[in-house]
Structure formats: C-alpha cells, structure tokens
Write a protein that binds this ligand. Structure first.
Ligand code: BG6
Length: 300
C-alpha cells in the first residue's frame, strides 16, 4: 500500500486482528495495534512524514551510528533512507518466522552514504507478527567489503504510555549508565526501578536481555526481550526539550517513553563476509502492578 505521500508500507495482521505497519521509509515500524485495536507505539501528532527526516515515533532503526558521537548525522542514515522489499533473503532459523506473518526489508548503501561511511554492507530487517500479536524485529548486518568495519545500532522504540509520571522500568537497576545529558559521563543506577520526574537520556550498559516497562494507569506492562543488543537507551525529553522539537507536541512527553535495545558502548566490528544479528521481541501483558513485578522477576 502507499502512504498519502507516496511511500510504500506493509501491514501485517494476526488472525485475531492485531497489526503491525512497516514503512519503506527507514524500515520503520510505525504502528503496533493489539487485538482490541489499541495503538501501543507512540507517534507524535506533529510527526513529519517526509523523507529524509525520520518519523517521530514507532521504531526507527539507528545504524551505523547512535547519537551524534561520530561523523554521520544523528543516529546514522538508515532511518532516513528508502528501503526495499527483500524478495530472496538468506535463510533465518525456522523458529524465527514459523507461524508468523512477516516481511523482509533490505538497505544497501548508495553513493551518498558511502561518502560519510565508505563501507559495503547489507542491512536486512525481518519484521514478524506472531499469532498472539507480538512483534519481533530481526536485523542482520553483513560486511560485503574487502576490509573490516564497525558500527552501532539501536531499535529506537517509542512506547505509548498513559502518564510518564506513573511509569517505571525494571531490569536496569544497579547498572552503569552513560548520561547523554552530561557528555556521556558514567554513573551507576541507584534506584530500585527507573521512574521519571525530569528529562532522562541515558545509555544503560550491559543490561539483562529482558526489561519491563510498567504503565501503572493502564495496568499494562511492556516486556522487551533482546539479543545481540547489550545496551538499553532510556529517553524522555520532558518539558523544555519537547518545546524545542518541531515534530513533537509540547505536552506529548507525558504519553511516551523510548526504551531502546541497542549496541552502543562497544561497537561491533565485522570482518569481510561476517554477519551480525540483533533481535528485539516485544510483548504486552495486562495485570496489576504487584503481579507484574512478580511475573517479571520470575521470567527475568
Ligand atoms: C535518543 C537520544 O535516543 O534520541 C537523545 O538518546 C535524542 O539524545 C533522541 O535527543 C531523539 O533523537 P532524534 O534525532 O530522533 O531527535
């Protein structure tokens, strides 16, 4: 299907009516609806749907750089490019797509990318929707160069929440983090869980592979599982930064939080012919605060 601005997108549906919408612009997941039709990802009402700017919301793919510590544009070029459907992707283990609806996308470098980042690569993304309505994103980066290259990566996941002051994140306690608000200075998390009272922009290092984002008001917990992505970025722009972003409403920081499975502190180096895989699995469980906690502890 085409968007109003002519960009192709694909909608995956589960038998019970959950859906995922994936845009060729950035290979970005722009919507995830549950079986009740509720949108689970945040997209700003002021989002600009015009390449090359990435849409403010959903799950932009950050590659080959995260943030602005590097020579490339903020978060790399992948999210700004038009991807193609990959008709003949190299096989993935069967379990990765069995019983699911999925689409394979591909980004290959064009000359313009090569100027800032002179490496030949293939970036593949398989987006799956399981029968129970849970999304999985599986990215593969292959070096088709004659020499090694290094990169960072993140699934910049904008979760929709009812009220940021009622949200807590579990699974990051006691970890070291780099604070983007202080030149990436290193700190250690002291709290029991992450809660929000002001701007947060942190890269938690070497985190467990399961993180829970509890939305007290909606009695909903997002469970984020990741593989190949040791770090987790937590971002909420709060009041002042919200006002400074043209594609973000002044009050919208209350309804979103970004929790990004990422590979930042120790970029991956691929030798010629080597491939890296990074995977994100999302799910949402409905329960009370207390049982959320226990549930997460048991599974984590
Ligand atoms: C976050 C970064 O992940 O993305 C923040 O940690 C940044 O520093 C934010 O402000 C949004 O970035 P952008 O380029 O999409 O406006």
């Amino acid at each position: 299907t085409k968007d109003w601005n002519g960009i192709d997108h694909v909608v995956l549906r589960s038998p019970q009516g959950a859906s995922l919408r994936v845009s060729m612009h950035g290979g970005q997941v722009t919507s995830w609806r549950n079986e009740q039709g509720e949108e689970l990802l945040f997209t700003s009402s002021k989002a600009i749907f015009k390449p090359p700017k990435a849409v403010r919301g959903g799950i932009p793919v950050c590659f080959p750089q995260f943030g602005n510590c590097g020579l490339l544009e903020q978060h790399g070029f992948a999210r700004n490019k038009i991807w193609t459907v990959d008709d003949n992707p190299p096989p993935l283990p069967l379990t990765d797509s069995q019983g699911k609806s999925f689409i394979d996308l591909l980004l290959k470098p064009i000359e313009e990318d090569v100027k800032g980042w002179p490496h030949s690569f293939e970036l593949r993304l398989r987006v799956c929707l399981a029968i129970n309505g849970d999304p999985s994103l599986i990215s593969r980066v292959r070096n088709i160069n004659g020499k090694p290259f290094s990169f960072s990566f993140a699934y910049h996941t904008y979760l929709s929440v009812s009220d940021i002051s009622e949200v807590r994140i579990e699974g990051l306690e006691t970890l070291d983090y780099l604070d983007n608000l202080c030149q990436r200075e290193r700190f250690t998390e002291q709290g029991d869980a992450i809660t929000f009272e002001s701007e947060v922009d942190r890269i938690y290092l070497s985190s467990p592979n399961v993180i829970a984002v509890l939305d007290h008001e909606r009695k909903r917990t997002f469970v984020i599982r990741k593989e190949g992505l040791p770090d987790v970025v937590v971002w909420n722009p709060w009041e002042k930064k919200s006002r400074a972003m043209v594609d973000f409403g002044d009050e919208e920081y209350k309804q979103m939080v970004c929790v990004n499975g990422a590979l930042i502190e120790k970029p991956i180096t691929l030798k010629p012919g080597e491939e890296w895989t990074g995977r994100l699995d999302l799910s949402v469980v409905r329960s009370t605060f207390c049982s959320d906690h226990l549930d997460f502890q048991t599974r984590g």
